[in-house]
Each structure stands twice: as C-alpha cells, then as structure tokens.
Write a new protein. Structure first.
Length: 361
C-alpha cells in the first residue's frame, strides 16, 4: 500500500489515502516518486474543466527511481533515475509516422484503464496516465525517460511537463531566433519556463505580463527585461516596448479567450502568437476576416512543447548542467501530499510559481 492523492469526482475534495498498487506487468515499470509538480492541468481535472475517467490519482509531472520492471522491459532497470512522460508516443500511429509524436493518437490510452485500487477494492485510474501524486506509481515502459546525470532528482520532475512545454514552445513550436522580441502572458510554472527558454534563445526584449504585480521580481529573475500588469492597454504597451511594431512572438500561457486575443493584438504584423495554455471549450476567441488578412499573423497551438521528450529531456539536462536552465528558480514551494489543495488555491489566485510535492521515503 502507498499513500496517494485521490479524486473521486469532479469538484470533490482530494482524499489523501492508501492505495493498493500491483506489481508491474509485461512492459510496465514501477517507480518510487522523488517529487511531483503541481500543474494547472491537475487543477482543471479537479474542477471538471478537463475530462477524465474517475476516480483517479492526480499528478502527471514527476521524477523518481525505478523499483521494479515487468517482463520485456529493456529501456530501464531497477535503480535508474527517471522522468515520467505523461504523453508517451506509440511510434506507430499516423501522427507519429509524420514526425509529430506530441500529437500521438494513442498517448492517452493509459489514463482510461485501471491501474490500482482503494482499500475497499474500488478501481483507480492514473491521472493523465501517470498518477504522480503518490509515493509510487506503475506506468508503461514508454512513460519513463532515463534522467541524464547532473540533474537533481526532485527538481527533475519539472522536466516532465512545465519545462519541457515551455522550452519546446520557444524552441520547437515558435522557433524563436536571437534578437527577436518576445511577450509572455501568464507567469505560472510554464510561463516562467517560457521566459527562461526565451533568454536561452537570446530573445530581446522579453516582456512578461501577469495580473499580479508581485510576479515582477520573479519574472525578471527568469529572464524578463520588462514587466507589465495585464489590462486592456497591454497590447499598446507591448508595441511601445518594441519600437511601435509589436512582439515578434507572443506566448499565451493562461488558456483564456481574452488573453489569447490580447496576445494576438500584441504581436507584430507577420509575427507569431503561440497558445500554450489550455482553455475551456465554451471560451471563444473571435477575429475579423479583414484583420486576419491585414496583419498576416500566425496563430498556433503548442501541445507538450511540440517536441519529442525522448530527445528533449537530454537537451534540457544539458542546459541544467551548464547553468543556462535554472530548475530551482521555478520552485516556489516544497510541499507534502496533504498540502496540494492549498497549492491549488495559490495557483488559482495567481500566486507563486511551481509547487513541488516532495516525498520523504
């Protein structure tokens, strides 16, 4: 039995309880979690904004040590440090075949099956196929990525979602070049990772936008050269900071129609607006037919950084080792399982960066 954070139904409080986790079967790996990041997607699952098969163990951004492997597993062995991959590519579907593993048709299949049980025998599903808000988890072999040397195991959890998504948005989706201007809307864990990635890319200026003035110091620490409080005048302010043109690249890390619209308006003519945040299906964004033609901007989404985690995690580890990427700076709170609801409240209020659940084994 291991302790875990269980969501029985959307809107219900999290239940910290023991679950029965079976031994890994063929092609599976059992991992002892060192840490798990609290992502906005976890909050969206609790509120029913993202659909999921319930009940489930929340958490999808994690890192830990392999405890045991099932029959046929060759990628990792007991004792190996690993990062969990919540969207493992099957490598066989049409999306994978054309080199877009982040859009794999089969990456979400693990989350629909049962993988553990409550003490009363009730079956449990792994949140986003991972179930990282638990002392241990069992996942498919494809869902574990060997962690290169030189990266602290607890902070490495952030490589599994926030950092990979933010870095990929800049380097894979938008392909920001040195000297290009960037504006980032929303300074949660992913937005802060986008700032660091923009700094690594050599972007200038880098404008950070958030509703909270308390985020300014944090934003500048992560690479922002300018900071703006989000309001109706934000697009105009961004243009003033970019020679009257608007930013070459705007990154929306909130997932809200009004913010997407503002990011679009802050982008220069011919520039690119990249939507990283996950919005609601009823939250609409509108554009006139004339402005689409006149501004010739590109509006695109970014899913899991538009990159292949198998290739990107070693690349990110290299940046960590050289000091270009600071994982510790992203972590504003280290907490236990029982503190997750409070972390959700901070996130909903726009306070802090990334909360990290640290397991004391």
């Amino acid at each position: 039995m291991v302790r875990a954070a269980v969501l029985r139904s959307a809107g219900a409080p999290l239940e910290i309880t023991e679950i029965d986790l079976p031994d890994p079967g063929p092609g599976q790996v059992r991992v002892r979690l060192a840490a798990a990041g609290v992502c906005h997607s976890d909050l969206s699952l609790t509120r029913g904004k993202l659909r999921a098969t319930l009940p489930l163990v929340l958490g999808h951004e994690g890192a830990g040590t392999v405890l045991a492997v099932g029959e046929g597993v060759t990628a990792v062995a007991p004792g190996d440090p690993v990062v969990l991959n919540w969207a493992p590519a099957c490598r066989a579907c049409p999306s994978c075949a054309i080199g877009e593993p982040w859009l794999c048709d089969n990456s979400g299949t693990a989350s629909t099956g049962l993988y553990a049980a409550l003490a009363d025998g009730t079956g449990l599903h792994p949140g986003l196929g991972v179930g990282a808000f638990a002392e241990e988890t069992v996942v498919h072999e494809r869902a574990v990525l060997p962690l290169p040397a030189g990266v602290p195991l607890d902070a490495a959890a952030l490589l599994g979602c926030a950092v990979l998504t933010g870095y990929g948005a800049v380097h894979s989706a938008a392909r920001v070049r040195m000297g290009e201007s960037v504006v980032v809307y929303g300074l949660g864990g992913i937005g802060l990772a986008v700032l660091q990635a923009a700094r690594i890319a050599g972007a200038a200026p880098v404008v950070a936008v958030d509703v909270s003035p308390d985020k300014e110091e944090l934003a500048r620490r992560h690479g922002a050269t300018e900071f703006l409080i989000a309001d109706d005048s934000t697009p105009k302010a961004v243009r003033e900071l970019t020679g009257g043109r608007g930013a070459d690249h705007a990154f929306e890390c909130v997932g809200r129609g009004s913010t997407i619209r503002s990011a679009w308006s802050a982008t220069r003519r011919g520039g690119r607006t990249t939507v990283v945040g996950i919005g609601g299906k009823e939250d609409m964004v509108s554009f006139s037919a004339l402005e689409l033609f006149h501004y010739a901007r590109t509006l695109t989404a970014c899913v899991y950084g538009n990159c292949d985690p198998v290739e990107s995690v070693p690349e990110l580890a290299g940046h960590v080792r050289t000091g270009r990427l600071d994982l510790e700076a992203l972590i504003t709170d280290r907490i236990g399982l029982e503190d997750i609801p409070e972390a959700f409240e901070r996130m909903a209020a726009g306070r802090g960066g990334r909360s990290l659940v640290v397991f004391d084994h």
